[in-house]
Write a protein that binds this ligand. Structure first.
Ligand SMILES: *[C@@H]1O[C@H](CO)[C@@H](O)[C@H](O)[C@H]1NC(C)=O
Length: 125
């Protein structure tokens, strides 16, 4: 049995987790270059990752020495960091839509993680 103060701490963390799961919706059109928010304070001393959740597939990473690497062929030559941490996807396609990749985009550093972005790519008629 925890003391009341522990219970409060647990409830707070639980609520923050729920908020993280809820995430943000980003709407865009094929060929556009959407920018996904990161939501954590970037610290250059550890790796910064952009991943697909929940499977934790690493798309893009930046190392403490500043080198940037794209780990998934689908995004090669099309993803980059903006303002050090946000993710820009150039020439977006339906294949990048959250329903197509079966995941949501999220930045993280160690145990710190931003909210998930659900990407909606509309077809251009
Ligand atoms: C954008 O991507 C499409 C395929 O999704 C490709 O056919 C087209 O050449 C690309 N455009 C640019 C400017 O890279």
């Amino acid at each position: 049995m925890g003391r009341p103060v522990d219970v409060l701490g647990f409830v707070l963390v639980f609520c923050l987790s729920l908020h993280g799961i809820q995430g943000a919706d980003v709407w865009t059109i094929e060929g556009d270059s959407p920018i996904l928010p990161c939501g954590i304070t970037y610290g250059p001393e550890v790796n910064l990752f952009w991943t697909l959740q929940p499977e934790n597939i690493i798309i893009l990473l930046k190392r403490p020495d500043g080198t940037v690497e794209v780990l998934e062929k689908q995004w090669e030559g099309r993803v980059e960091f903006l303002d050090g941490k946000r993710l820009r996807i150039r020439n977006v396609s339906r294949q990048d839509d959250s329903s197509a990749v079966q995941g949501e985009y999220r930045c993280s550093q160690g145990s710190r993680a931003g909210e998930r972005s659900h990407l909606h790519v509309r077809r251009m008629y």
